[in-house]
Design a protein around this ligand. Structure first.
Ligand code: PMP
Length: 433
């Protein structure tokens, strides 16, 4: 038994700063030392409870007992790789595939969203024998070298050195802050035209694809305008490319109306990338694609991931999926999310600083502006609000190119009482500005 005294919060911080890389960020002005989690609540080292309104990884709830038990039981039984036959991986893959439209019927398992996006890009390139990729401005797809290359949020940000020549950035179709706002009747046409112009500029058959989050999150909790993906997908496919949907943040019923974000636009991607929620905190990433694309990828080079698809990950992944379905969490996100959205919109009528409230289910954004006319981002104010909320034991984050959008993406058990607590605390915090 470890008999060393538990380090105080300040010594934990001090040790961390001396031991870990400095660019690991720490949330909040007064950092939190979280020691325990239970469903939508987190507890600090002094036993204080916080309402978690933005950690979407703990999808079915922090330390959901059923998920914990599945992991513990499987750890005690076997944990090895995909080179042995296993009914568990078959069951998980089958159950996962069953949540997709019928053309998406082949699954690969990896260990993170970044790895899944890397694999998606390899699949797209092998299938199309092409290299160039179209990405949305402000997008984030992961932390590996190639994912930084395709993530304007990183390569155009501090420390970044821009995109390589094979990455083509198009404007984020943001009807609030983008170049073509909601009152421009041709906005959707204009946004999709940027993709078509890139395709026209490229040499024939050099485009491997287009990647977008179904609802861009670091872009500012953006809901894509209706019709955009339909036009873009058909232009990309006409030029020989494939369409990749990054569902790392939006999948598993989070948006309430649909199980997958892309379904809300009535499109079917060629490759779908999954991460964060599917392991409820255990590192699992997945790629789901068509028979044809998986077939092209099986070109003789073996695909193997040491940990991807291991027995413990499959047991956990399967239990998370069962829990989402059996606890009716998508319907729950839809009903509580719409109540929350309505209350946030009501708050907008009392606080001029709220420029926009948007989203679906438990994927919501509150954009703060200094002036509703000019839409000047209220970045410092957003940081102050998030810190004030933290002091009042409600955890939120900021997002968007100007970090002025409050992101609300709670664990799915978040209930109406939690929604009341969030809105009431936010109301008070906004009054103190
Ligand atoms: N895609 C999206 C949309 C993400 O938000 C993230 C992580 N924030 C990733 C990919 C990368 O996932 P991971 O951190 O698990 O590698």
């Amino acid at each position: 038994m470890n008999t060393n005294p538990i380090p105080t919060k300040s010594s934990t911080l001090e040790q961390r700063l001396s031991l870990l890389g400095q660019n690991l960020s720490i949330a909040y002005r007064d950092p939190l030392k979280i020691v325990r989690g239970e469903m939508q609540y987190l507890y600090d080292d002094e036993g204080r409870q916080y309402l978690d309104a933005y950690n979407n990884v703990a999808h079915v709830g922090h330390c959901h007992p059923r998920v914990v038990k599945a992991g513990q039981d499987q750890m005690a039984r076997l944990n090895t790789n995909t080179r042995y036959l296993s009914d568990l991986i078959n069951e998980y893959a089958g159950r996962l595939i069953a949540t997709f439209p019928p053309t998406l019927n082949k699954c690969f398992l990896v260990n993170s969203g970044s790895e899944a996006n890397e694999l998606a890009l390899r699949l797209a390139r092998t299938h199309t024998r092409a290299r160039d990729l179209i990405v949305l401005d402000h997008a984030y797809h992961g932390n590996t070298t190639t994912m930084i290359d395709i993530s304007p949020y990183k390569h155009d940000g501090p420390g970044g050195s821009g995109p390589p020549s094979w990455v083509h950035k198009v404007p984020l179709p943001d009807l609030y802050r983008g170049p073509y706002p909601a009152d421009d009747v041709d906005a959707v046409y204009k946004y999709s035209q940027h993709v078509i112009e890139v395709i026209e500029r490229l040499e024939s058959r050099s485009l491997c694809g287009f990647i977008a989050e179904s609802m861009p999150s670091v872009g500012g909790q953006i809901v894509l305008p209706a019709g955009y993906l339909n036009t873009v997908y058909s232009a990309v496919r006409d030029s020989g490319g494939v369409c990749i949907a990054d569902e790392v943040q939006t999948g598993y019923g989070r948006i309430g109306t649909h199980f997958w974000g892309f379904e809300s636009y009535e499109v079917v991607p060629d490759i779908v990338v999954l991460g964060k929620p599917i392991g409820n905190g255990h590192p699992i990433g997945a790629v789901v694609t068509t028979t044809e694309i998986a077939g092209s990828f099986a070109n003789g080079m073996e695909f193997f991931s040491t940990f991807g698809g291991n027995n413990v990950s499959c047991a956990i992944g399967l239990t998370v999926l069962d829990t989402v379905l059996e606890e009716g969490l998508q319907t729950h996100a839809r009903s509580v999310g719409s109540v929350l959205l309505e209350r946030l919109r009501k708050l907008m009528s009392q606080h001029k600083i709220i420029g926009d409230v948007r989203g679906s289910g438990f994927f919501l954004g509150v954009e703060l502006v200094r002036d509703r006319e000019s839409r000047e981002p209220a970045t410092l104010e957003a940081t102050a609000i998030v810190n004030k909320m933290r002091d009042e034991a409600v955890l939120l984050g900021t997002d968007g190119p100007f970090h002025n959008v409050l992101k609300i993406r709670p664990p799915m058990p978040f209930n109406e009482a939690d929604a009341d607590r969030l809105v009431e605390t936010l109301d008070v915090a906004l009054r103190t500005l």
